[in-house]
Design a protein around this ligand. Sequence first.
Ligand SMILES: Cc1cc2nc3c(=O)[nH]c(=O)nc-3n(C[C@H](O)[C@H](O)[C@H](O)COP(=O)(O)OP(=O)(O)OC[C@H]3O[C@@H](n4cnc5c(N)ncnc54)[C@H](O)[C@@H]3O)c2cc1C
Length: 432
Amino acid sequence: MDEIVIIGGGFAGLSSAVYLSKSNHKVILLESSPKLGGRAYSFPVEKHDDFVDNGQHILMGCYPYTLNYLREIGSLDKLYFQKSLELNLVENGGEQLKLGGNSTLYPFNLMYALFSFPRFDLKDKMALTRFFAKLPFTPEAKLKDLSIEEWLNKTRQTGNARKYFWDLLIVGAFNTTAERASALVFREILIEMFLRGNKASTLIIPQTGLSDLYCEPSEKFLREKGNVVKLNERVTSFEIENGRIAKIITNKNMYSGFNYVISAVPVANYLQIRKNGLDENLLEKFEVSPILSIHLWLNNYEFNEKFYGFTGSFFHWLFVHEKHITLVKSNATELIKLPKEIIRSKVTEELTKYFPDFTGKNVKDILIIKEKRATFVSSLQFERARNSVKAPYKNLVFAGDWTNTKLPSTIESAVKSGKTAADKIEKLIKSE
Ligand SMILES: Cc1cc2nc3c(=O)[nH]c(=O)nc-3n(C[C@H](O)[C@H](O)[C@H](O)COP(=O)(O)OP(=O)(O)OC[C@H]3O[C@@H](n4cnc5c(N)ncnc54)[C@H](O)[C@@H]3O)c2cc1C
């Protein structure tokens, strides 16, 4: 039986471990922190008899790798699936608008959504229709040096199309601005979202905490099959023999006798391992972008929808949970620098603007979580860098949302990389 060491217990490490274990390989997973989940986990808030995620995570119908993985660990029934794409947009002043709705007639679902949206006039609709009609025929080569901003400008997208459609979509998918994100990756996800059937563009929201969704079921799956999951074990160094990793040294132990290694940690963490074999300057090319999540427990206030998108606000999304609500600010570079008290007053001010019957008195408690290194920025530079990284040792395979998946820094990219790494190891074993 081949033994494989997996470094890192986020979506990438856990999914690769589950797939390898399913194929009867013995896995040892080493995670440096006291919990699994990496950048996507939940924790209890005892005073409210509740639990929260470190940040709200949403999946999409076009996340086939993630949905397959969650099926493997028996977690699909912990998700809420939209039947067709529907976004509730809320404007300053409180007016609510629906984008999407009841059309299930693919490929007309997107056209129905855009043509029935009350803020789009003929010019907006024509600009969007022109864009989507040309999308399948836009070659990759034409986009490879363009930012999304440049692409949208070339296709003459209108102010309203930007405000009510493109800007929310871009910040949601890329956690950055259209100026910084790569048009090529955008093409890839637009095709996956809107040209792969009615379900692909729907949103899928976990109905439980992230740890209950995938960390605990994955750990149970692995342990039941006799694998080893070790927490609080930080990999600090490799020992190399004949171009292979022969020993892995952690803060507690030394491992040898394994056949293969998957590194499923972000680039910055990999570069901290001694004898990592990569050029340290690589790090400059992997910029990160923060996300600010604000969980609020309320007195006497009910929302009608499961989630809302804000138009023209510095907040982007509001999610309504059983006992709390979560406000999300993507691309939060400036806001996360502010002290929590100021953020708190901005939250109440903004909620009052968008939900006019909401007042500061409705806020019972607030928890602010700043994730400074939430995602990588899918810039042109990042795309070139991720393509160029090759594993420096014969028995090492990289996984993680930053690897060459053609997707932005998302759960789907992490899980796709985990499955791809597991498949690569299977191939290496067969070719021995
Ligand atoms: C607030 C927030 C909101 C987000 N929202 C969404 C969303 O709505 N939809 C979406 O698709 N994506 C979202 N993302 C992105 C998503 O969470 C990440 O893309 C994904 O979790 C990355 O998984 P990963 O396994 O590649 O990396 P990580 O989750 O970073 O996992 C790496 C693991 O390796 C461990 N590690 C590091 N160094 C070592 C070492 N030396 N030894 C041992 N272990 C080590 C770390 O502790 C960590 O557990 C969001 C991210 C954040 C932070």
